[in-house]
Design a protein around this ligand. Structure first.
Ligand SMILES: [Zn+2]
Length: 282
């Protein structure tokens, strides 16, 4: 998004007052906090992300510096299959109708010029670096918010959803992918898993349009890969990384069974992911 357009949507995350532009960044008109522009990004938090990695997570973190390779690995090889059909419909809706979107926890992704990329960490396409619990945006700003595979990584998911509710326009859509059965994956931390029933309690003030489990094979595959890596590592940390990588590379095509199986009625019992579409109540 162009910096001038983005600039109009921003407020001070600490006190939600207006910001004034200065040479290298923004000043809060009320609490006088100073925020920097660095390499075209607006930086609202300087808190370094604390990493709690196992060796595979460390490897993933290094590969994120090469977005094309990481995208291929996370979409094709990683043990999660979710159709992108719904995501693409929402993105084209934003582009066609000149709406404003926010990708919260965007990582390396970049869906559209009309969708702001926000993350706690400084990845290539991130435009605003900040804290999910204190979003630097005005109330009722966004038509769409994307929050994919993020809520498990924040220490207070309910508070995160409340902030999302605040910055969505009334009638605006939140699109969430929220893990249920997946192995531990720190990025940079990993705190929670959610059942389909459990996530509903997070969405106060929303009308839930869709809430369904996806990916029963993905769930089984992730656990199986982790289990085989434990057994075949013979308790050696180095061998574990080698075996795990090898097992993932050999077994990943199984996940594509979910193209069909995700449509079955009983998927919620062992879903890899809950797909939630929630509209902010009018
Ligand atoms: Zn302020």
């Amino acid at each position: 998004m162009h910096i001038n357009l983005l600039r109009n949507l921003l407020v001070c995350p600490a006190c939600r007052s207006n910001l004034s532009t200065h040479a290298n960044g923004l000043n809060c008109n009320h609490c006088l906090a100073v925020y920097q522009f660095v390499d075209g990004k607006v930086i609202f938090t300087t808190t370094p992300a604390k990493n709690e990695h196992n060796s595979l997570d460390q490897l993933k973190s290094k590969i994120k510096k090469f977005p094309t390779i990481y995208k291929f690995l996370s979409e094709v090889v990683a043990p999660v299959y979710v159709s992108k059909k719904r995501l693409k419909i929402f993105i084209s809706e934003i582009d066609k109708n000149n709406l404003v979107g926010l990708n919260l926890g965007s990582g390396i992704t970049n869906y559209s010029q009309k969708i702001i990329n926000f993350d706690l960490q400084d990845f290539k396409n991130v435009e605003v670096i900040g804290d999910l619990f204190q979003l630097p945006f005005r109330d009722c700003t966004f038509d769409y918010i994307f929050n994919l595979y993020v809520l498990e990584h924040v220490p207070d998911p309910k508070l995160a959803v409340e902030e999302i509710h605040r910055v969505l326009k009334p009638g605006g859509i939140g699109y969430f992918l929220i893990p249920f059965i997946q192995g531990f994956h720190a990025a940079p931390n990993d705190y929670f898993r959610f059942t389909s029933k459990g996530v509903e309690s997070y969405f106060q003030g929303f009308d839930i349009i869709k809430n369904r489990g996806l990916g029963p094979t993905s769930a089984m595959l992730w656990i199986l890969q982790e289990w085989l890596a434990i057994v075949l590592s013979f308790n050696s940390q180095k061998l574990h990384l080698v075996m795990h990588t090898l097992i993932v590379c050999i077994s990943f095509p199984l996940k594509y069974l979910d193209v069909i199986l995700s449509k079955f009625f009983s998927v919620n019992n062992i879903a890899s992911v809950n797909e939630v579409i929630a509209r902010k109540s009018l």
